[in-house]
Design a protein around this ligand. Sequence first.
Ligand code: NAP
Length: 246
Amino acid sequence: MSLKGKTAVVTGGGSGIGRACSVQLARDGAAVAVWDLNAESAAETVRLIEAEGGQAKAYIGDASDRASIEQILGRVRTELGPVLVLVNNAGITGFKAFLEISPEDLERIYRINLMGPFFLTQAAVPDMLAAGWGRIINISSSSAQTGAMGMTHYSSSKGGIVALTKSLAQEFAAQGITVNNIPPGFIDTPMTRSSPVDVDAIAAASPMKRAGKPEDIAAACGFLASEAAGYITGQTFGVNGGRVIY
Ligand code: NAP
């Protein structure tokens, strides 16, 4: 329960990886702000946490919109406390040939996947500086490590997340704030199931012969948020069942 007395914000906390991270951080003692666009799914995550005796509250809004960020963080501070753990998880995927990606496609994916985490981190870091302690965990993608044909807008947005992680880690290392990113490999979530890929065939071809589970990412997230991970910062913490090995 190393996070007892601390507040964690998880964007995209209503589904897949974000839900599993929310549940894990609540098990570790944090009060969790489950932030999602989807009110029903965020409420379900809160229900799962409360059923285990944890503390959570749903916040509904666009995590890439600066006005929503200010408004929701203000409520989180009042209702749960200052934000000491931030999981920038909300994201969208995209599948399009490079020459067919429109300026609107690119702007949308960069806004949600890259600018949102940038603005939300700017808004939350003052809480961590005041406490002299903080954990920022950015959910990137293995596509940023390997490249991904037909997903250049997505993979480049996630590559930005990796560089954001490294730069923030350097900027705040002396203030007790660690910043790491987890690039999920191939995780069985609603996002993956609605993608134009054969989930079961890819899983069968994977070294472990299975897709990852959201809980596989959540375990890494819980560790990176813990006291035990206090000397780990700026790292890319791959969780991919051996699909990407450096
Ligand atoms: P998911 O099942 O689609 O869950 C994402 C959640 O984020 C959804 O509830 C979604 O709401 C919400 N969301 C999207 N945009 C938002 C916004 N602007 N503000 C607030 N909430 C927003 O996806 P997932 O597979 O768990 O993915 C989570 C993260 O992991 C993403 O960043 C993704 O790129 C990354 N990732 C996933 C995989 C994988 O294999 N699953 C691999 C690499 C990276 P709506 O459903 O209402 O849109």
